[in-house]
Design a protein around this ligand. Structure first.
Ligand SMILES: [Zn+2]
Ligand SMILES: [Zn+2]
Length: 126
């Protein structure tokens, strides 16, 4: 049995299996109703759109990203390591503050950015 809610009056309807996509008549409001695909409907909530293979493709592509990574220097496909390192701006700020205002030179150490390094050759990737 396929259980679904009438889109017109929200009445609980039942249809025998194998009638998906067919048109039936709601006994409550007498409107013609299309029998949905056999999916367990929880309450009368609108059914979530069934994910199509095309919709799933981007997510699957993202999931494969670590495998498709390739180091431009050593061609390693191992995942790069990410770490927060002092940025160039941070180094410049630190040096400038050492000369200009020594008590504040530590501010430069706060300027950090995420860097990724190849776990194979250790080179900075971006
Ligand atoms: Zn109805
Ligand atoms: Zn590398």
């Amino acid at each position: 049995m396929i259980q679904f809610a009438c889109p017109n009056c929200r009445a609980d309807l039942k249809a025998p299996e194998g009638t998906e996509g067919r048109t039936t008549h709601c006994p409550t409001c007498a409107q013609s109703v299309t029998v949905p695909d056999a999916a367990p409907l929880l309450d009368a909530l609108p059914a979530e759109p069934v994910p199509t293979p095309a919709a799933l493709a981007p997510a699957a592509h993202l999931g494969r990203r670590p495998d498709s990574f390739r180091c431009p220097f050593c061609q390693s496909t191992r995942r790069p390591t990410a770490s927060m390192e002092m940025s160039t701006a941070g180094v410049v700020t630190t040096i400038a503050l050492i000369f200009l205002c020594l008590p504040l030179f530590w501010i430069g150490f706060l300027i950090r950015e995420e860097k990724r390094r190849c776990s194979q050759c250790g080179r900075q990737l971006w």
